[in-house]
Design a protein around this ligand. Structure first.
Ligand code: AMP
Length: 421
């Protein structure tokens, strides 16, 4: 019979990778808490309407990448901002504090064409600060993201920032952009031609060389923004400079969601291929209102964990090692196996990582297994040990052995483990 394989674009996270992810998640949680962000978890699926209204029907995500089911009523979450804002409104979090600083670590689902660094199920950590339009919070968001990446030793990353104004400010610009691009229609890709009517801002995101050349002479959004928006952006830039964050202003930086307003940012790494963004975010001052809440300014970012891990692997990042086994019990005969099983049960409750044999193997095979598991100690139990009431504990690093009474086994704990032999 042929074997059943995992769906395309998904990952099996085997123990070796699991330990790396747990480490990343622990570090991320630690840094978020230094900035006083609190963890939020939301359902894996939401009403489809949430993403349609939140992200925008014309975006790539909503128009073609959603995993929807039950007559399209529900959708596996493709991103976390809309769910977090839904939860913020539904649970009246605005009543508990003037500003809510929330973070998440969660899986996301997008029906994209799988390739290196792009999956259909992937995970992100991210933050949302809801309730403040202060430029300091924009700077904090960027600083928080960068500090997380720096914490993993990643320093030569490129931070791009831009401001895209609000819907009203963009209106006139989009008309001008459309006019300009219509003159170059013959040189636009099919995707861009389609976007021209539906979502022209996304054309700025093109990777096509010819289109990039065309865009070089196109109108610039920044020129169409209000003084207030420009001032906010200048303040964000100045604040970032004050805290020594190097960034690049990129007036063509746009993001794939309709909810963004004002500040947008992205972090890219040369260690990633064509999918070079590891981290992206921005301000979304209208989303709370769009989802039925009161007008509330907010800002957030998301970072892809798989992409972060690709960069760390390229740089040979030294992850902490998997916990080794403290004691392996090697036992021969039914009574000895019975004794060992009871002993590991007791020791595990004292936080000693221990293992015993489940395959009724020979002493030699069990010793080999103990070596393979990198066990620090081995305790050998056989008929003679049971009748004499004494057994041998062996330190595997240097072969040193000691005879101990069987009762001593039950007294082993984390603090005396290394003084037994
Ligand atoms: P976005 O939510 O599209 O702004 O993406 C934020 C970050 O999530 C990106 O910079 C990537 O690191 C990661 N990401 C987005 N889509 C995918 C995907 N399909 N597979 C893996 N990572 C992704």
């Amino acid at each position: 019979m042929n074997i059943i394989r995992k769906p395309q674009g998904t990952l099996d996270i085997l123990p070796e990778d699991s330990i790396k992810r747990i480490f990343i998640e622990d570090e991320v949680r630690r840094i978020f808490s230094n900035y006083n962000y609190k963890e939020i978890r939301t359902p894996t699926f939401e009403k489809t309407e949430l993403f349609k209204r939140g992200i925008g029907e014309e975006t790539d995500i909503v128009s073609k990448e959603m995993y929807s089911f039950h007559n399209d009523e529900f959708t596996l979450k493709p991103e976390m901002t809309a769910p977090v804002i839904r939860a913020y409104i539904e649970n009246s979090l605005y009543n508990t504090s003037g500003i809510q600083k929330l973070f998440y670590i969660s899986n996301m689902y997008r029906h994209e064409r799988p390739q290196a660094g792009r999956y259909r199920e992937f995970s992100q950590f991210g933050a949302e600060a809801i309730g403040s339009s202060d430029f300091y919070i924009d700077a904090e968001m960027i600083s928080l993201g960068i500090n997380i990446l720096n914490n993993f030793g990643l320093t030569n990353l490129k931070i791009k920032i831009n401001t895209i104004g609000n819907l009203d400010e963009r209106k006139l610009y989009l008309e001008e952009l459309k006019k300009y691009l219509s003159k170059h229609l013959n040189n636009l890709s099919e995707t861009s031609k389609k976007r021209l009517d539906i979502n022209p801002l996304r054309i700025l995101d093109t990777k096509d060389k010819k289109e990039i050349e065309i865009l070089d002479d196109s109108p610039i959004l920044y020129d169409y923004l209000s003084d207030e928006t420009k001032n906010h952006f200048q303040n964000v830039c100045k604040t970032l400079e004050k805290i020594n964050i190097n960034f690049e202003v990129d007036f063509r930086l746009v993001r794939g969601f309709d909810y963004y307003t004002s500040t947008t940012f992205e972090i890219i790494s040369d260690d990633l291929g064509s999918q070079n963004a590891v981290f992206g975010g921005g301000r979304y001052d209208r989303l709370v209102e769009q989802l039925g809440g009161k007008q509330t300014p907010a800002i957030g970012f998301a970072c892809g964990i798989e992409r972060l891990m690709i960069i760390l692997a390229k740089r040979n990042y030294d992850y902490p090692k998997q916990y080794g086994v403290d004691i392996c019990f090697v036992s021969l005969g039914n009574e000895a196996r019975d004794f060992s099983f009871k002993a590991v049960d007791v020791l595990r409750k004292s936080d000693i990582i221990c293992e015993t044999d489940y395959l009724n193997r020979s002493i030699k095979a069990q010793m080999k297994e103990a070596n393979k598991l990198n066990s620090k100690y081995v305790i050998i139990i056989g008929e003679s040990e049971l009748s004499s009431g004494k057994c041998t504990i062996k330190r595997m690093s240097d072969g040193e052995e000691k005879e101990i009474p069987l009762e001593t086994i039950y007294k082993i704990n984390k603090s005396n483990l290394h003084s037994i032999v």
